[in-house]
Every structure is written in C-alpha cells, then in structure tokens.
Design a protein around this ligand. Structure first.
Ligand code: ATP
Length: 480
C-alpha cells in the first residue's frame, strides 16, 4: 500500500488535500494523471449504464431540501456508534473496533463474556462465526468494550467511554442566519437526488418500467475514522443507479444487476480471484436483499460496490413526507403504484483505488530491452489509463522530433497522448510503464524512409512496426 500511495503522489495521481497546511484528514486531491484516470473510470461507468435504451442520467444538486433526509431515514439513522479512549483520546467506530480484532483477541473476548464456553481449541472459522453471532446486541457489545477490549492505540483496557451515536452527515446553513430553520446537509449519498426526481425524469423521457436513472457525483460523510488512503474518506464520489421495476419483478432484476456489475469490473481488467460477493445477513428494515462486491486490497477484503433490493421504501417515504404522489401509471394494467427499486452503488474514488491496486506490479524484465532489470508497471486497462500513448522520437535530430511532434498534435485531437524526447529510450518506456500508458510509438531512422513507427505494448513489451497513418485507428480499436 505504501508503494502505491508513494507512486500516486510522485507521479501526480493523488495528493493529500491542503498538504502545505499539514493536510485535512479524509480529503484527497487528484493530480494531473489522477484526474484523467478518474474521469476515464467515470466515463466507463457512464457509458456502460446510460448507453442503453432505458437508463437516463441526471446531475442533481448537492444541497437538497432538509426534509429529503428525514424521509430517507438519514436524520434518524445515519449514525455510527463511537467510543473514545479516556486515556489517550483516540476515537473509534464500534463496529470497526470489533471487526479489526485478531482471531486471538476475539477468542479472548468470547472467553471473558461467556466463561467456560470457549476454553478448548476451536477452529478460526468457529470463533469468527460465534463472535459475529454472540456480539449482536448493544448490551453485549457494551460489556465487551468495557471489560475485554483494549484500546488499539494505548493498549489500556476499561478506558472506553460509553458508546454514543454520531450522525455522519455534514451540516451547514443556507442564507445568512445560522438557525435551526436554515440547516441543510451535504448529501451523504447521491441516490436521493434520483428518487426525488423519479417522476420528472419518467415524464420527461417517457420511460416505461423497468427503467433506471444514473448519477455520478460527490457525497460527504463525516466518517469517524478515515483510513487506508482513498478507501474511507470524508469527501468522495459515487456512481449510483436506481432501477425502477414493477413490484414482484425485483428478484429477477436484482440477479440481473448483480451479474452486470460484477462483469463491469472483470471487463475493465480485474481478476475474478480478487473479487468476491459478500451477502448481508443483517438487512436494513426496508431492504429485501443486499450484496456487496468486495475487492482484495493490500490490507484485506473491502467493499467497493453495494447492490441493494430496496422495495418501495424510498419512493414511498418521499410520498409520505412531501405529500406528492410518487406513483407510476401502468398503461397496461391501468393501475397506479409505487415501483420497487434495485440500486447499484459504487464509489468512484474507492474503485479508483481498487483499480490502482489491481494494476500495480513490480516485475523482472525477462528478455529484450532492459532484460534482468526490475520494472514497476501499472497494468491498467487502456480505457482507464490516464495517457493512451506516448510519442517518442528516438533522437532529437534528422527530423525525427518533427515527425513525432506532428503525430502528437494529430493524435491530441482524439486522445490524451504524451510527447517525450528526454533521456534514453529505455528510461522513457519505464516512465510510461509506471503510469500505465498502454502504447509507446517510437519514431526512428526507418520512419524517415518508410513512414512507419514501432509500437511497443506495455504489458508484453512486444514491438511491431505500423505505418503512421494507421496509428489513430490502432488506438481507437483498443481504447474506446
Ligand atoms: P462502509 O460500510 O464501507 O462505510 P457503506 O456500506 O456505508 O460503506 P454505501 O452507503 O453502500 O457504503 O455506499 C456505496 C459505496 O460508496 C461503497 O461501496 C463505497 O464504494 C462508497 N463509499 C461509501 N462510503 C465511502 C467513504 N467514506 N469513502 C469512499 N467511498 C465510500
């Protein structure tokens, strides 16, 4: 992880927010290559969602009427219990504190709480399962925290405060007067902007069920612990799609969207062995089913996307709170009803990090240029790579640089490409490998004779010659 964070900074993918002031916890800035890659990722999602007949896009405001968040349940329920260590002042989210205990510590906790029951040898899986099952109510959790869990920071036991509920929404005020009537929230998810616009979009686009609405945008959560680089931040981007279906058809569409979303990651180059499903056993009261797609990060498995079967909860509640009907008129059955919803919700920033981790590699070069050296390479899918190609004149003379510059100008009408004429050619290739540029086109002395260039492919490092006029087509075929 450290290597990836350091590469991200050095090569301009991600910087700490307001670094010169010591940084702001949980916020990150995307640099020149990072913003390209993030835009490519969002573009890939947008295309896969909206380049079809029945999904429309929107871009709703971040600030919404405060009643939205009462209807959605966020004012009452978007809370995490947290505890402070009285000794060292460290603050923890209770569920994270429990999750991160080692198996040995989980066993100690079970022994403390249930004397005599966990004395012999037990398999790790048994301990995991027992821990999850037994520590499932607030009273038992409170006992564990007071009695048997030590503070991960200072190591003291019995120093935690009682758990307090902490609402994760950022609050601010509209207008000049900071009173209770002026409170608004920075949205903690983009989904509600979709729900409140359900009928606007449906009537404007004349969609019939089933149809979806997609949105990409910023979301804000005042997370208690931010950590693991872009994994848990206070400001992040989400890519969400709500699919509205006829009640009774939700299970079929839930399965459909699970398969679609897993495929999206695979088609963008992730390996199946680094992805897994996590089924939610404890469901929110309105949810019918929920699965996460988890990615194997260097620090362990973590959720990157949630796929949720949400019944008619959201639209139904907006109907109640706003007094406006949120019903769909079904022309076939001549009925009006509140549709059910299947949601796909993926973090742009969190999956950006997953794609970086999946792509990062250090490998020994076997043959050809630089044989026997180690190279760092990002095996990013060409669609995600920040730069699509580098154009390299072998030397800066005999007109090679001019040809390369002209190629660069021509290609820049269509793609982000990079011109580089400094340093030995091998070094230039390495610099591009490190940021995931999939193709390098080199102009050499043969170019002067026959108008061909070499194209070197990043992963295989194989080279072939193609004519300059075929370069644009070559890239189009592989990148769009
Ligand atoms: P977690 O349990 O990790 O806090 P969640 O279950 O609350 O996540 P959802 O509300 O389902 O997450 O949000 C959907 C997606 O939004 C997540 O899969 C993740 O990719 C992204 N996301 C949520 N919270 C954050 C965050 N604090 N920082 C970055 N991405 C986030």
């Amino acid at each position: 992880m450290e290597k990836i964070v350091s590469l991200a900074k050095r090569r301009g993918f991600v910087f700490q927010s307001s670094e010169i002031y010591g940084g702001l916890n949980g916020c990150w800035d995307y640099g020149p290559l990072g913003v390209e890659m993030l835009n490519n990722l969002k573009q890939a999602w947008w295309r896969s969602m909206t380049f079809r007949d029945n999904i429309e896009g929107i871009d709703a405001a971040i600030l919404m009427h405060p009643k939205t968040w009462e209807a959605s349940g966020h004012v009452a329920n978007f809370t995490d219990p947290m505890v402070d260590c009285k000794q060292c002042k460290a603050r923890y989210r209770v569920d994270v504190l429990l999750d991160e205990l080692t198996i040995k510590k989980k066993k100690d906790v079970l022994r403390d709480l249930f004397p005599g029951e966990f004395e012999g040898q037990q398999k790790d899986e048994t301990i995991e399962a027992e821990f999850a099952q037994r520590l499932n109510n607030d009273e038992i959790i409170a006992q564990a925290i007071q009695k048997s869990i030590s503070c991960p920071n200072c190591g003291n036991k019995g120093t935690f405060t009682e758990a307090r509920q902490f609402n994760l929404m950022f609050k601010t005020y509209v207008g000049p007067v900071e009173d209770a009537g002026a409170v608004v929230y920075l949205r903690p998810e983009t989904a509600q902007g979709i729900f409140v616009n359900f009928l606007n979009v449906q009537s404007a686009s004349r969609q019939k069920l089933p149809f979806g609405i997609a949105q990409i945008g910023k979301a804000f959560r005042n997370e208690i612990n931010t950590k693991n680089f872009l994994f848990r931040t206070r400001e992040f981007e989400q890519m969400e799609m709500q699919y509205f279906v006829k009640p009774g058809e939700e299970d079929k569409w839930f399965d459909y969207w699970r398969a679609e979303r897993m495929n999206w990651f695979l088609e963008l180059g992730m390996k199946q062995e680094n992805l897994q499903w996590h089924k939610h056993e404890k469901l929110a009261h309105y949810a019918k089913a929920a699965f996460d797609i988890e990615f194997k990060f260097p620090f362990g498995w973590g959720e990157i996307e949630g796929i949720h079967s949400r019944t008619d909860f959201d639209l139904g509640n907006h109907e109640k709170f706003s007094g406006k009907a949120m019903r769909y008129y079904d022309e076939q059955t001549k009925e009006k009803y509140v549709p059910f919803v299947i949601e796909t919700s993926v973090g742009a920033s969190r999956s950006f990090m997953a794609f970086l981790c999946a792509a990062y590699d250090e490998e020994m070069v076997e043959g050809g240029e630089g044989a026997g050296e180690m190279r760092t390479v990002l095996h990013l899918h060409p669609k995600l790579a920040p730069m699509k190609a580098a154009i390299l004149p072998l030397v800066n003379r005999d007109g090679m640089d001019e040809i390369a510059q002209k190629m660069t100008k021509d290609l820049q009408k269509h793609f982000r490409v990079f011109y580089d004429d400094s340093g030995a050619i091998g070094r230039r290739y390495r610099r591009q490998d490190e940021v995931g540029t999939p193709y390098c086109f080199t102009v050499d002395s043969q170019t002067l004779e026959d108008q061909t260039v070499t194209v070197r492919e990043r992963d295989s490092m194989k080279q072939e010659r193609i004519s300059i006029e075929k370069v644009k087509g070559y890239l189009l075929e592989r990148i769009i």
